[in-house]
Design a protein around this ligand. Sequence first.
Ligand code: CUA
Length: 194
Amino acid sequence: MHSGMQSPRGVWWKPAHRSEKVWFSIAFAWCLVLFAMMPFWHWKGGQNPSGIRSRVDPADFRARVSEFIAAYKVGEENGYPIVEPPPGSDIYMMGQMWSWTPILKLKKGVEYTLHISSVDVNHGFTLYPINVNFQVVPGYDYGLRVTPTEAGEFRIICNEFCGIGHHLMLGKVIVTDQNGEIPGETAVSGKATP
Ligand code: CUA
């Protein structure tokens, strides 16, 4: 019988071999490097939000989105409004279970301030196939400064589980080129909604 009160049997307490010490030192040094990278990427990585965060009541945000749609609506697709705001303006995207409203029609090379928020639970904004990811949190308005760099049609996918309809939570951004045209169907064509 063995208990914690007795010394363990065996030879595990022999001094560590030199190679073991070397590997331990390398691993420890690497831990410190990775630790230092966290603040480093915060300043140098370019992945931080490009805008200003402010608080917003979900009901107020919904009202602003409705105003925005009413002002610049140019069409409709599967019941979702297509909105073409003037270049350089403040634009709005509302996440809710389980849709992204409206469909934005933007111009390539023009900077907009994208106000994005949720009116119910957390959602995740992913622009596909571009690597853009953003947490969309109710009660906060993120004024992100965005400049579309590529013309085409892009899907918005929700990447934060938000209930039974999470996988159906799709949206769309249309980017026109300098001539106001959309280049032929992209890799993300298809007839998903909206
Ligand atoms: Cu919204 Cu998942």
